[in-house]
Design a protein around this ligand. Structure first.
Ligand SMILES: Nc1ncnc2c1ncn2[C@@H]1O[C@H](COP(=O)(O)OP(=O)(O)OP(=O)(O)O)[C@@H](O)[C@H]1O
Ligand SMILES: [Mg+2]
Length: 490
């Protein structure tokens, strides 16, 4: 197959107009040269006719009288005519009786060439151009009364005329080439003017596609292209507006998702806070009667401090998680994030008799991520794991570094549970918003997580066997392909 060459719009417009222009100019030049040539030949023919008519007047009387001497003088006089190559007078039988070159051997011979033969027979003036020899032949019968006495034949040299024609042709071609080059410049200008707004629109569309919603075409033109550009700018304005609205709703949904995750933990958390408070309350009740006991006082202080610290740090973790954070991408330690979320969820796990195991790889590199967003993802996936387990069970959280395609490094968080697993038919739906199989589920957790991970240049893989459990692999690039890809979301 012949490979197709992709031509830009400007080049295509330029080439088609230039080709058309070349054809038009070429035809015009050819016609001009041809008409010039015909004009020159016609002029030459007229000159030849005039010359032969004049000569006939001088030839007729001596030919009638058969005055060979006068005839020869008249023929030799023809030498004074410009460009004459030969001149003959022939008699009624077609035999040469006078020759311009005065060559005796030609006398009384007959023309053997085709024009000569025709000249002898014809009763009219004949004109012919022999391009090969470069000669214009003209012949005329000499008639007196009704008697044909013979004829005259003149040959004119066409070389000077051909030279002149050559010069005219060269001149015409040079002028045409000049006009052609000038025309090309004009065509190029027009093609640029026609296509540059389209190029500007293309650039603008690429900017918008790449997320630069501020980019505008701003073409000040009153024609259709101007209307198209202003429609494009209005469209970009609306996209920017919608994008802002979309971001706001996304922020709200993400915050709602965080709060709903926390809501699920309320029972466990209440328990987590009530137990130490009960311990502190018991100590406080006993304090007046055991105040003098230093051992009691010391252990009261130690227990109360430890429990209050624990409650404080738990509340801090929860507040941090619930608070809408400002977008912030920085180098973060994944293990620390996973550890924090596991800590919050351990209470819930203990309630359910689920054991959470951590297998965190040591010396992982820090990666550029939005910490709060990745916390939200980990929370959603670990919480799903806990929720999938009925009765006793195990959740394993591991981290590791892996290399894809021999070069791209990723940090992987693996969350494996011994829960119910995901039926094959559901696997393709679990990342869709509002897909849930839970009575009180919102179906947003995984769709938000997927969005966040994608914004970080990563991806999530799921494996599952019904009845045995599910495993979520959360892969985050060590170096995001483009820092800009980590979008600003709280
Ligand atoms: N570890 C898992 N084991 C089994 N099924 C799971 C697991 N994780 C997710 N799923 C399935 O995917 C569905 C969607 O999960 P997702 O987190 O998006 O929503 P949800 O947990 O149902 O509700 P929400 O998280 O909004 O409270 C779940 O309803 C469940 O059917
Ligand atoms: Mg969920």
């Amino acid at each position: 197959m012949v490979p197709r060459i992709k031509l830009g719009l400007k080049l295509r417009v330029f080439l088609s107009v230039a080709l058309f222009y070349l054809a038009a100019l070429g035809t015009l030049t050819y016609l001009t040269i041809r008409s010039q040539k015909n004009l020159l030949l016609e002029q030459m023919g007229d000159r030849a006719r005039t010359a032969i008519n004049l000569m006939e007047l001088s030839v007729a009387p001596p030919l009638y009288k058969w005055d060979i001497r006068t005839l020869r003088i008249v023929v030799v006089e023809a030498k004074s005519l410009r460009g004459v190559e030969y001149a003959y007078v022939f008699n009624a039988e077609g035999r040469i009786v006078a020759d311009f070159h005065e060559m005796e051997e030609e006398l009384f011979s007959v023309f053997t060439d085709e024009f000569g033969q025709r000249a002898i027979k014809s009763d009219e003036t004949l004109v012919d151009v022999d391009h090969k020899k470069g000669i214009l032949d003209v012949s005329k019968p000499v008639i007196l009364g009704h008697e044909k006495l013979g004829g005259i034949r003149l040959g004119f040299d066409l070389k000077p005329m051909f030279d002149e024609m050559k010069q005219v042709t060269v001149k015409a071609l040079l002028i045409a080439a000049g006009i052609f080059l000038l025309g090309l410049l004009v065509i190029f200008g027009i093609a640029s003017r026609m296509t540059s707004p389209i190029e500007q629109l293309t650039v603008a569309a690429k900017h918008i596609e790449a997320g630069d919603l501020q980019y505008r075409v701003s073409l000040k033109r009153s024609d259709e292209i101007g209307s198209l550009a202003s429609a494009f700018d209005q469209m970009a304005e609306r996209i920017m507006h919608r994008e802002g609205e979309l971001k706001q709703s996304q922020d709200l949904i993400r915050r709602a998702d965080r709060l709903s995750s926390l809501g699920m933990l309320t029972a466990g958390l209440a328990h987590e806070i009530r137990n130490p408070l009960v311990a502190i309350r018991t100590f406080t009740q006993l304090l007046p009667e055991r105040y003098q006991d230093p051992e009691f006082r010391n252990s009261f202080q130690a227990v109360a401090l430890k429990e209050v610290d624990r409650i404080c740090s738990l509340i801090n973790d929860l507040l941090n998680f619930a608070r809408p954070s400002t977008p912030n991408v920085s180098a973060e330690d994944i293990n620390e994030i996973v550890e924090g979320i596991v800590r919050i969820l351990e209470t819930e796990a203990r309630e359910k008799e689920v054991q959470i195991y951590r297998r965190l790889a040591s010396s992982l590199p820090k990666i550029f991520i939005d910490k709060e967003q990745i916390k939200q993802v980990s929370m959603n996936i670990i919480l799903n794991a806990l929720q999938s387990i009925e009765g006793r069970g195990v959740v394993e959280v591991s981290t590791r570094l892996f290399t894809k395609n021999h070069s791209d490094q990723y940090i992987q968080i693996e969350i494996r549970d011994s829960g119910a697993g995901i039926p094959g038919g559901d696997l393709e739906n679990i990342f869709n918003p509002f897909f849930t199989t839970k009575k009180d589920g919102g179906g947003l957790g995984l769709s938000i997580s997927h969005q966040i991970v994608q914004e970080h240049g990563g991806y999530i893989v799921v494996e599952s066997q019904v009845g045995k459990g599910a495993t979520f692999f959360l892969n985050l690039p060590v170096r995001p392909p483009n820092q800009q890809e980590v979008k600003d979301h709280p």
